[in-house]
Design a protein around this ligand. Sequence first.
Ligand code: 3PG
Length: 213
Amino acid sequence: RKVAVLSQLENNGIVAVLRAESTDKALKIADALISGDVKSIELTFTVPDADTVIKKLVTDYADNSEVVIGAGTVLDAHSAHDAIAAGAKFVVSPTFDSATAALCNLYQVPYIPGCMSVNEMKSAMQAGSDIVKLFPSNVVGPAFVKDVIAPLPQLEIMPSGGISLDNLGDWYKAGCRVIGVGGSLLKPAATNDFAKITEVARAFINKYHQLRE
Ligand code: 3PG
């Protein structure tokens, strides 16, 4: 089960970090992203009633095997439990939390913790993580990933924070295959322009596919 989710995340490439001020808006944004073929959604716990939104999305897209709904900004094991009970297929944190890692392992749900150092990455791997989130990635840059995956080739590093269409290629070339994108995808949400979100999502996916070729 865990392996299947990890390979879906790798196939999809882009993970949309979804923040919104209401549950209704979060659902509209998720639909717009998925219409644009961004099919991995990290629904953050900063969204009101995040677990309800996760549950609705998991139900709505149950027939689409490429859509992967996970939870983001999960700060503690209690929230991770809520997320998993709602059907989240992966759990992301801005930091590494060992109790959350243990809970996720118990349910065989991939835990993607935020790490900023090689030491934190090693602790996360020892606690069962196959992917870590380099956060905030814009502070360190793609060169960091290139250097770290030389000694840790078994680790998938998902950068998140400041990723745009312009710098996506730099992260891909550094070795990242799962890439988190928030603000650059969600900008049109400020004016409720959901069609534009679909357009931007498609631009990210097209760019990612070009890089993969
Ligand atoms: C986050 O946790 O908000 C993500 O890292 C996304 O960052 P971004 O909005 O800068 O892409």
